[in-house]
Design a binder for this molecule. Structure first.
Ligand code: GDP
Ligand code: ZN
Length: 311
């Protein structure tokens, strides 16, 4: 048979393709691919819609084409590396799981992630987990995050997976969507997947064991189908997303609140670092723009400027 399917797992050399007609088919790659102009190291990724075929009586199918991607995200590359690894494609939303303690999620980590979501035009949701552990100080941090991020327009959901708080809201958010789940190791991503889809319990355990055996150092994203409709893409071992291929537009375009006030800067090419009569700096000083966001901006800008020396 020949048909269209979605890649739900890919290890570079072979991919698992899901389609209504054939169920799950393991496929190898043949033919040429559109690479979206990227020096990508992996032609087929999780989330891709592909054309594939399988001969009667055979176990292994062939992917002949990758359909154009609605979007994709790449892995944060090392500064000197020229190739990009695409992590996943055709994503409806990014869900960033964060915790104030156990582990501490730093504001810059959150902002780096949100920049990615802006750059790729994928809506982002902040999921603040482990609220059962929070005392007064931690609650103040949660409130501050809400104040900063909701004001910009990001949805924030507080939850405790341990105490099953706010699960219905999380489920309705995930329903029928392809969601990329991200967050520091230990924040509760696997716990969430296992609660939403208990049947995957075994699978997630298998994956982490195969990682321990240590054959591959590269980790690949995997897509889990949800009974409620939709998919979660898990990104084990992936520390960050790339923001290196977005130099067409200045970085502050991906900080919506900076972008908004930047129309008031004296110089049209102002990058809001030390220019006179900068509306962004004035907004930081008056408290209209959060200092923490502005610091993240400066750090990411610094990183971007340093890395471009090597291009
Ligand atoms: P991952 O690395 O993001 O996949 O994190 P895990 O799902 O493995 O969770 C790390 C640890 O945090 C586990 O021991 C979980 O039981 C625990 N955990 C997850 N959610 C909560 C929560 O809401 N409250 C508390 N106290 N612990 C949690
Ligand atoms: Zn400015």
């Amino acid at each position: 048979m020949e048909g269209e399917g979605r890649v739900i797992k890919s290890t570079g050399s072979s991919s698992l393709v899901s389609s209504p007609e054939a169920g799950l088919t393991e496929c190898v790659i043949s033919g040429k691919y559109r690479l979206e102009g990227l020096r990508s190291t992996n032609p087929v990724v999780v989330g891709d819609w592909v054309m594939f075929s399988i001969q009667e009586g055979e176990k292994l199918g062939r992917i002949s084409d990758v359909l154009p991607r609605k979007n994709y995200i790449i892995r944060k590359s090392t500064k000197l590396s020229k190739s990009h690894q695409i992590i996943a494609s055709n994503i409806d939303q990014l869900m960033l799981m964060v915790t104030v303690v156990n582990p501490v999620t730093h504001a810059e980590f959150i902002d780096r992630y949100l920049v990615t979501s802006e750059a790729y035009n994928i809506p982002a949701i902040l999921l603040i987990n482990k609220t059962d552990l929070y005392g007064e100080t931690e609650i103040m941090t949660v409130e501050e995050w809400r104040r900063i991020y909701e004001e910009i327009g990001y949805v924030c959901i507080e939850c405790s997976l341990e105490k099953m708080v706010n699960l219905d809201l999380i489920k309705s958010t995930l329903k029928e969507k392809v969601t990329l789940l991200a967050g520091n190791s230990g924040v509760g991503k696997s716990t969430l997947i296992n609660i939403i889809e208990p049947s995957l319990n075994l699978k997630t355990r298998e994956i982490s064991q195969s990682h321990k055996s240590g054959k591959h150092t590269t980790t690949f994203a995997e897509m889990f189908e949800l009974g409620i409709g939709g998919f979660i893409i898990d990104t084990p071992g992936i520390r960050g997303f790339g923001i290196t291929d977005m130099e067409d537009e200045p970085l502050y375009h991906y900080f919506p609140e900076l972008f908004k006030v930047s129309t008031g800067c004296k110089y049209h090419n102002c990058i809001h670092v030390n220019e006179p009569e900068c509306a962004v700096i004035q907004s930081v000083e008056s408290g209209k723009i959060s200092l923490s966001r502005y610091k993240s901006y400066l750090n990411l800008l610094d990183e971007q400027q340093n890395s471009s020396k090597y291009r």
